[in-house]
Design a protein around this ligand. Structure first.
Ligand code: AMP
Length: 592
């Protein structure tokens, strides 16, 4: 069907007056100093993300307002008001203090969407303890790697996850002093060398003296993947709360009376930032569904929970589209007024599907772990061009740049002024949620900057109206169902299998999840390629990496294409897989 290239915003038809309506004016007026006024300072002048998100409301009119509402198929709903959340997070902060865990120490969280995870994350922030949520579908390998890199002192997990994934790798994590366990059936945990969280929480005090954190003190550590080497720990600070508040206002249009649902898991940066921090900063009621994706359930929740603002992802939207419009139309959504999506390209059809089936367009927005918050977005303040990521938010300056440096030199770039020219997306440094470093990896951090421009690693173009259009990644990282996967991490685990001589991993385009992880392996002498071995290697990868990261497809090759310096040419593997031109192969080792 031919559709217009623009969806016009009609203020008169909006279900609620948006937070902003004049793009240019707001950008001109905006300053980050001014945005700081939306937060409350600590008495000593510092800022603490946990206090901003919870205690500020617990001490005000929103005290008895529901902050978090947890739903599952089998358990009764659990609601936690801001006042209760303040008490619980104080208790957790006291638990940490009691264990000698303080400011700057590292807590890792490995759990599903359970209340204890939310309480722990916020309580740790109040204690000045740096928090890293891990995806609960990770296998033992990604868990151990991240805890080692982050030198985690404390891990909070559930008894089931501990038995399945942590027990076996505990010896590999020598910095880990305490493991706090949540009993998933609500009882007491009985593992040895662990502590029962419920018992500690019961015995802890409700009162806590917040840690005096400054805007530059580390708060959250999120791991992200690069093309080579181990995952990178991107460090974020307490002052990032200023950006979380501002972007929640501009890109998600949050208002205090909203009933908000972010479908991202808190084990990833979106689920922690926009599933916990940003909505709490705005005093909204956040729905947390503990179940996995189910189209019928999701429509029922949108309707029955009277969700007003919904933040989801392209893979989920495509799965809903696949379930058919009849299912969507068998429910009605009179409360719903704003839908946004992030994490991977959102096809124009998906934006239109929202408009035609749910009565609202879907607002694509763009950001990444390093930026700590939404940077470019379709917002209530201007028309949507379906297929575009939108325009830079107030306080954000985005450019398309071309690299000028010679091989091996530090980045040097030129800004491309002309519209619609492809280049790397770059952002002018200086917004509060920008990452402050890759943990213990100054060199990798330095490579992300050319002067005061942060280089995102994404290829894009900007049109004459200032809308940005995503083109692809400049590197080999894989985006599957919105999750960033580093090929190196997968290749390393494949290489552990005794039959595997070499491994190369690519993202293979997939109509549903964006890309699936596909591995190419060559075998050591004495091993025969065949279905039995393929299944064995696949099972090994799933066991070590977890289902979310392990390859979905494995192919055998006699030899993998390498450069003369010995690097696997993933670009070539991908081109061959897709039947695309092979490009420059001058560095290819002969015979590959
Ligand atoms: P992560 O750091 O895991 O959040 O992944 C960030 C990456 O996801 C970005 O650098 C992009 O490659 C991709 N991404 C995020 N949002 C979008 C979007 N709206 N459109 C296209 N790609 C996106």
């Amino acid at each position: 069907m031919d559709r217009p290239s623009i969806i016009h915003k009609d203020l008169a038809k909006q279900r609620q007056t948006p937070n902003w309506t004049a793009f240019e004016d707001e950008r001109r007026r905006f300053s980050w100093q001014f945005a700081h006024l939306a937060t409350q300072r600590l008495p000593g002048g510092g800022i603490n993300m946990g206090i901003e998100a919870v205690d500020r409301h617990a001490a005000g009119v929103l005290r008895y307002h529901v902050a978090l509402r947890f739903l599952s198929r089998t358990l009764p709903a659990i609601e936690i008001s801001f006042a209760e959340l303040a008490r619980l997070t104080n208790r957790f902060a006291n638990v940490l203090q009691g264990l000698g865990v303080g400011k700057g120490d590292h807590l890792f969280l490995l759990a599903g969407r359970i209340p204890e995870l939310y309480v722990a994350l916020l309580g740790a922030l109040k204690n000045g303890t740096v928090v890293t949520p891990l995806f609960s579908a990770f296998g033992p390998e990604p868990i151990a790697t991240r805890i080692q890199l982050g030198a985690g002192q404390v891990l909070l997990t559930t008894d089931h996850l501990y038995q399945r994934k942590v027990c076996q790798i505990r010896a590999q994590m020598p910095t880990l002093r305490h493991v706090l366990l949540v009993a998933e059936d609500g009882g007491v945990t009985h593992e040895t060398d662990t502590l029962d969280l419920a018992t500690l929480m019961r015995d802890a005090s409700d009162c806590f003296e917040v840690s005096e954190t400054s805007e530059d003190d580390p708060a959250l550590l999120f791991f992200t993947s690069g093309t080579t080497g181990t995952p990178k720990g991107a460090l974020h600070v307490h002052g990032a709360a200023v950006a979380h508040e501002a972007t929640g206002r501009y890109a998600l249009d949050l208002h205090a009376q909203d009933r908000y649902w972010c479908t991202a898991d808190p084990g990833w940066v979106t689920g922690a930032t926009y599933g916990i921090i940003a909505p709490l900063l705005h005093g909204v009621t956040t729905l947390v569904d503990r179940e996995e994706f189910d189209a019928e359930r999701w429509y029922t929740l949108l309707e029955q929970e009277q969700i007003t603002v919904w933040y989801t992802a392209p893979t989920a939207i495509r799965m809903l589209m696949k379930a058919g419009p009849e299912l969507a139309r068998s429910h009605c959504y009179p409360a719903l007024r704003f839908i946004a999506s992030v994490g991977e390209p959102l096809n124009p059809e998906a934006v239109w599907w929202g408009q035609e089936v749910l009565g609202l367009p879907i607002h694509d927005n763009w950001w990444q772990t390093e930026t700590g918050g939404i940077m470019i977005a379709n917002t209530p303040a201007f028309d949507i061009k379906p297929g575009s990521m939108g325009r830079p938010l107030p306080g954000i300056d985005a450019f398309i740049v071309k690299h000028m440096e010679a091989e091996g030199e530090p980045p040097r770039v030129r800004i491309i002024e002309a519209p619609n020219v492809e280049g790397e997306l770059a952002l002018k440094s200086g917004w509060p949620s920008m990452f402050r470093g890759y943990l213990n990896n100054e060199a990798r951090y330095a490579k992300c900057f050319a002067g005061d421009l942060y280089l995102t690693g994404d290829l894009a173009r900007v049109d004459a109206d200032g809308y940005f259009w995503f083109i692809g990644r400049a590197d080999d990282v894989i985006k599957s169902a919105g999750h960033l996967i580093g090929p190196f991490e997968v290749e390393s685990v494949l290489m552990e299998h005794p039959a595997v001589a070499e491994a190369g991993v690519i993202g293979k385009p997939d109509p549903m999840v964006g890309e699936v992880v596909k591995a190419f392996v060559s075998l050591k002498a004495g091993y025969e390629a065949g279905e039995a071995l393929r299944l064995e290697i696949s099972a090994h990868a799933r066991k070590r990496l977890g289902a979310a990261v392990a390859p979905k497809e494995i192919a055998f090759l006699a030899v993998l294409p390498r450069t003369r310096s010995g690097k696997i040419m993933r670009r070539l593997l991908k081109a061959r897989e897709l039947g695309l031109p092979e490009g420059d192969t001058s560095t290819l080792e002969s015979g590959a």
